[in-house]
Design a protein around this ligand. Sequence first.
Ligand SMILES: [Zn+2]
Length: 134
Amino acid sequence: MMMGCTSKKYRVSFDSLGFKTAKTMYAPGDAVEVSYMVGTDMDYWFYSDDVDFDQDYDWQKGVILRFTMPEHDVKIGVSSRNSMTAEPYANQPPEEPGPVDSGGEDDSGRKWYCPECGTENYGKFCTECGKARP
Ligand SMILES: [Zn+2]
């Protein structure tokens, strides 16, 4: 006979604001329902190292996560990103040109081809492999 174990409850916690649950403490075997109101222009990704959950969507409550309470605490996290800027490299600035040489007297600015890799260059060093202009 296991005595005194039936009333043990475990905590459901979250790594960010926005989650809603009916309770914070659940007994093992309890059906847990977590809701999270989502924005329409964002993609959300829910994760937990502690439990496998089913994910559903309700137009009034937002995303619903359902799972059966295991015999340990559960922590759930969420990652979100704006789906409008999903392109991973879209916002990166173009590659900077090499340092501008203000010496004036040399012939920088004249086109040359790198003997090492064949890249077309205007500066003192090859932009591709870094070899100095011959
Ligand atoms: Zn080169």
